[in-house]
Write a protein that binds this ligand. Structure first.
Ligand SMILES: O=c1ccn([C@@H]2O[C@H](COP(=O)(O)OP(=O)(O)O[C@H]3OC[C@H](O)[C@H](O)[C@H]3O)[C@@H](O)[C@H]2O)c(=O)[nH]1
Ligand SMILES: [Mn+2]
Length: 353
């Protein structure tokens, strides 16, 4: 009897940033094996990363990144999980799922293994509803719908660009919170997927994240972090703020909630504090910048939006610290490199409302 192929089997890449051996894939094998992996090896390129047998993958280390991008490799972070965005750039697929190598299969309240990839695909393949909040959460989910009073003119929704998953066990807390609550574990399984309303930013975590590369890929730059940079662990946050402003402008949706993964490793809060320190006070100025950022209507593609945003970053955040001028330039380099590796693919001509 013919079995149905896994959804988006040939249209989705799984991107994993790593400094470790990838034994964690054994637990994901039933869900991940049919898909192509893009492994971005960070740190020492001479280290040999072991990938369990049976997976089809491409592995890129720092030498490969330098070879492929030449001088433009300067925009890809080194010694920080931000390097994962190279995997988004080099992929040829429509969809990306990215996961950390200390994230495992979680169980739902009925004790079943959660196929996180399947849920992300469901989230991406059905519309978002950013213009009016549906109090019964995802109206497109099985057994749910739009509630009374929800305007019918808005029920078609908009294309979904991002699916942001969550984590059981070790929550993605910042260093101060980790220090104050070292043994706090997330035991709460909330069975909900929500569209993040238009005009609202959110802290995007790169641990368990999927997105439509054709709709929003060029905005998924994880910034300049790690070695040689004054800040770390704001890679996914930076990307999330840029992505949400551009999704709002282009009429695309961002969802958060299911699926959960099991996050197993708490990184060192003291090391994290050093990396995050500047970000903790800079973000008090960065967030108002993104909250008030306006993109001209002439910006109809992600690339155009991103270049415009990079100009505003340099102009408005450059006065906080020269880092933001460097970051603004790196945003341009990223788009140049993206367009070089993905010629003729202007993202997001698809328009929402
Ligand atoms: O220099 C590095 C360090 C780590 N990685 C890979 O990145 C993934 C996350 O690393 P880890 O689980 O050790 O750190 P966390 O603190 O849990 O990561 C969270 O906070 C930082 C980032 O925002 C990250 O996305 C969050 O998940 C893991 O796969 C490491 O192998 C690396 O590539 N380079
Ligand atoms: Mn982790």
């Amino acid at each position: 009897m013919a079995t149905t192929p896994p959804p988006l089997k040939d249209e989705l890449d799984i991107v994993i940033p790593t400094i470790r051996n990838l034994d964690f894939l054994e637990m994901w094998r039933p869900f991940f094996q049919p898909y192509h992996l893009i492994i971005v090896q960070d740190g020492d390129p001479s280290k040999n990363i072991k990938v369990p047998d049976g997976f089809q993958y491409d592995l890129y280390n720092r030498n490969d990144i330098n070879k492929l991008l030449g001088p433009k490799a300067s925009c890809i972070s080194f010694k920080d999980s931000a390097c994962r965005c190279f995997g988004y750039m080099v992929s040829k697929k429509k969809y990306i799922f990215t996961i950390d190598d200390d994230c495992f299969v979680a169980k739902n309240p009925s004790g079943q293994d959660i196929n996180a990839l399947e849920q992300h695909i469901k989230n991406l393949l059905c519309p978002s509803a950013p213009y009016f909040f549906n109090t019964l959460y995802d109206p497109y989910a099985e057994g749910a719908d739009f509630v009374r009073g929800y305007p019918f003119s808005l029920r078609e929704g908009v294309p979904t660009a991002v699916s942001h998953g969550l984590w059981l066990n070790i929550p993605d807390y910042d260093a101060p919170t980790q220090l104050v609550k070292p043994s706090e574990r997330n035991k709460r399984y909330v069975d909900a997927v929500m569209t993040i309303p238009k005009g609202t930013l959110f802290p995007m975590c790169g641990m368990n994240l999927a997105f439509d590369r054709d709709l929003i890929g060029p905005a998924m730059y994880f910034g300049l972090m790690g070695e040689g940079q004054p800040i770390g662990r704001y890679d996914d946050m930076w990307a999330g703020w840029c992505v949400k402003v551009i999704c709002d402008h282009l009429g695309l949706g961002v969802k958060t909630g299911l699926p959960y993964i099991w996050h197993s490793k708490a990184s060192n809060p003291f090391v994290n504090l050093k990396k995050e320190y500047k970000g903790i006070f800079w973000q008090e100025e960065i967030i108002p910048f993104f909250q008030t950022a306006i993109l001209p209507k002439e910006c109809t593609t992600v690339q155009a939006c991103y270049i415009e945003l990079s100009k505003q970053v340099k102009e408005k955040l450059g006065k906080i610290d020269p880092y933001f001028t460097k970051l603004g330039d790196a945003m341009v380099t990223w788009i140049e490199a993206w367009d070089e590796l993905n010629p003729g693919k202007d993202s997001s001509k698809a328009k929402g409302k």
